[in-house]
Design a protein around this ligand. Structure first.
Ligand code: URP
Ligand code: ZN
Ligand code: ZN
Ligand code: ZN
Length: 517
């Protein structure tokens, strides 16, 4: 049974009671750089002691983590809660979405403010804060979309990157022509501005013009179903944009973070760019592409096929999921998000007669951790330390909230997941916590899931029972000048020449950190 603490009962929690002290005992603590058998003592939301034979106050609640892994809570760097796009509104709001996140072991999300073309970025940011602040069950940060360009936008980026607003990442779209897409000149200006601010530019890398023309041709030929979505934007369309974005970033003197990389071709383009790039290049992939594939677009059932529509699309190449796990393990990709952007079937129906009108997006915020564990750790592709790196620590470092988040250490926030590597379950929309009426991982059996999830010191998943508090999370400022992004920048001359990336298969090394990081 799921027992939530509703907002009305929040006042009933004595936050200064022994409930505020917690000992997690006998577990294996996993950080991105090592595993050790240690106990963890928490007080007032902060990790106060890590070690053996700790001396702690009487009356402290103890969780016995024998046989379990004690890991930093997941950080999902890519969510869209309550987003309105393509004529529909996301099913998951900030309450249901973060509640589902916590159920799956994620204790922090970074959502995207997406202004309409012409809209003030600050106004959109304030709208997002209003939507989220009273609802989030865990801490959250914000990226802001740069969906149009003008001197006023540049000024607002400067304001947003200040201490007052706490935004260090800006997303630009190379797709969604006539909506959010920027041309190359505007992309250049936006990236240049990010570099000036020591913020991080992010791109949605797909060629929007090619997609638009391919869509016209497919519709004219009578291809109107969800299969047209992938046909209009194959791997090459993604890889071209990855390459172009890297070139523009290099010319603008900026680092670059490519969101939702969905194909082997895109990862190859990123690897190739790394051999010549002056600044950090970060690649993010998704639970969706690790956990399922593009074969679903051929499903005769519209509901089923449309539920898998996201951009860039899932790929028909069946070797993609494993290749993406390997790319994460080998540091060709640095992190995994969910891009959780869920639409009910009734909203997906907007594209019944035209695939280009199917609202884009899938679930993943709840299952991201378990899916990656199943596909990459249980298969031996990745060890638990790398799992922590790509689900949590790297996001904390990239967005400059490390070691407050993403680490089990004294003085870090007590965002912790006690992971039971033997816990078995079958993923299903029938029992998931997300609001949406479909799950793209339906029927998948996973071994390994959270048993306890601690959010800022509070046990919010308690031996499998969800006990979140609406509005318990806080807005988390992400300061500019992340050392992971801006330290150790290489000049063009110093950049390592790595010709092996040109021809080698994607799996080149095992766990060796790339010099780009
Ligand atoms: O299909 C997707 N990815 N929907 C969310 C919007 C975006 O492009 O991230
Ligand atoms: Zn996108
Ligand atoms: Zn179906
Ligand atoms: Zn997205």
């Amino acid at each position: 049974m799921t027992v939530d603490v509703t907002p009305t009962s929040v006042s009933g929690i004595n936050i200064k009671s022994s409930q505020n002290r917690l000992l997690i005992k006998n577990g294996r603590v996993v950080n991105d750089d090592g595993i050790e058998d240690l106990d963890v003592y928490i007080e007032d939301g902060i990790i106060k002691q890590v070690g053996r034979n700790l001396i702690i106050p009487g009356g402290t609640r103890t969780i016995d983590a024998t046989g379990k892994l004690v890991m930093p809570g997941g950080i999902d760097p890519h969510t869209h809660f309550e987003l309105e796009m393509m004529g529909a509104k996301c099913a998951d709001d900030f309450y249901k979405g973060t509640r589902a996140a916590v159920a799956g072991g994620t204790t922090c999300v970074i959502d995207f403010v997406l202004p309409q073309k012409g809209q003030s970025l600050l106004e959109a940011y304030n709208n997002w804060r209003e939507k989220a602040d009273g609802k989030v069950c865990c801490d959250y940060g914000l990226h802001v979309g740069v969906t149009w360009w003008s001197p006023a936008v540049k000024k607002e980026m400067q304001q947003l990157a200040s201490e007052q607003y706490g935004v260090n990442s800006f997303k630009m779209f190379m797709a969604y022509k006539d909506a959010w897409m920027l041309d190359d000149y505007d992309l250049y200006c936006a990236m240049e501005t990010c570099a000036e601010l020591k913020a991080l530019p992010q791109v949605h890398a797909e060629n929007g013009h090619i997609i638009a023309r391919n869509t016209e041709k497919l519709l004219a030929k009578g291809v109107t179903g969800p299969e047209g979505h992938q046909l209009s934007r194959d791997e090459e369309v993604e890889a071209e944009a990855v390459n172009r974005a890297c070139v523009i970033a290099n010319q603008a003197g900026a680092p670059l973070y490519i969101v939702h990389m969905m194909s082997k071709s895109a990862v190859r383009a990123l690897q190739l760019a790394r051999s010549r790039q002056r600044h950090a290049l970060i690649g993010e992939t998704l639970a969706a592409t690790v956990g399922t594939d593009g074969s679903h677009y051929g499903n005769a059932c519209f509901r089923h096929a449309a539920a898998h529509v996201l951009s860039p699309p899932l790929r028909p190449d069946p070797s993609t999921p494993q290749a993406m796990c390997e790319a994460l393990a080998d540091d060709h990709l640095q992190l995994i998000g969910s891009d959780n952007c869920t639409f009910h079937e009734k909203d997906k129906q907007l594209g019944k007669d035209n695939f280009a009108k199917i609202p884009n997006g899938v679930n993943g915020v709840e299952d991201r951790m378990a899916i990656l564990w199943q596909k990459a750790v249980n298969t031996g592709i990745m060890d638990p330390c790398r799992f922590v790196a790509v689900t949590s620590s790297n996001a904390a470092k990239i967005f400059n909230i490390w070691p407050q988040k993403g680490r089990i250490a004294v003085n870090s926030d007590a965002d912790i997941v006690v992971w039971d590597p033997k816990l078995e379950r079958t993923i299903s929309a029938a029992n998931h916590k997300q609001a949406v009426d479909f799950n793209i991982f339906e029927g998948q059996h996973v071994v390994g899931s959270p048993q306890y999830v601690v959010v800022n010191g509070r046990v919010c998943l308690d031996d499998g029972e969800l006990r979140v508090v609406e509005g318990f999370g806080k807005f988390l400022k992400t300061p500019v000048e992340s050392p992971m992004i801006y330290d150790g920048q290489q000049s063009q001359e110093e950049a390592p020449h790595r010709p092996e990336f040109l021809e080698a298969p994607m799996r080149v090394t095992n766990g060796t950190p790339s010099p780009d990081l």
